[in-house]
Ligand binder design. Structure first.
Ligand SMILES: [Zn+2]
Length: 177
């Protein structure tokens, strides 16, 4: 029996069926390993004077098949959010339904939509304290959403939003006064 946290039940644990667990090979330890890879991407973005959000895609065995970080500032592309960049970097595939998307932050509605389009069944997020995206959409579509409530992810975004509030508001589509 494996257990995952669910946004509706945090910090309670939600038991899954054994049938599902047999395919959910990425373990709890693997979740943190994958999140650390996403955090490394976020820090890479920060080092490029970008927004510190990172993402990875992994297969069911926990092998990372694509990485990405927010490139909106670096490239001037408003859609270059970390999750979208990561999905782009994964290229053409037919196995999206077997992948797990990992992001340092709760995905916005654009990134959620992209993930839902390709039927990625499992999404691991670092946190949703500093920003809560379209999590209700994930839940409505039966996506397994796991929030690791990671203090490093929270601090990365907290410090960034405090230092660059206008840049952050631009990222999530909040108009200037
Ligand atoms: Zn996004």
């Amino acid at each position: 029996m494996c257990k995952v946290s669910d946004i509706r039940l945090q910090p309670l644990l939600l038991s899954l069926s054994d049938e599902y667990c047999s395919t959910a090979i990425v373990s709890t330890m693997g979740e943190h390993t994958l999140l650390n890879a996403a955090i490394a991407e976020a820090k890479l973005g920060l080092s490029e004077s970008g927004i510190p959000i990172g993402s990875v895609l992994a297969d069911s065995s926990g092998r990372i098949i694509a990485r990405g970080h927010n490139l909106r500032v670096q490239t001037g592309d408003p859609t270059a959010h970390a999750e979208v960049v990561c999905i782009r970097n994964a290229g053409r595939r037919t196995d999206w339904h077997k992948l797990v998307l990992v992001s340092t932050l709760s995905p916005c509605i654009m990134c959620t939509g992209t993930s839902l389009l390709y039927k990625i069944p499992r999404v691991i997020i670092g946190e949703n304290h500093t920003f809560r995206g379209a999590e209700d959409l994930f839940v409505a579509h039966g996506v397994q959403l796991i929030n690791l409530n990671d203090s490093e992810c929270i601090e990365l975004m907290r410090a960034f939003i405090q230092a660059r509030p206008h840049l952050w508001n631009e990222d999530i589509g909040i108009p200037e006064e």
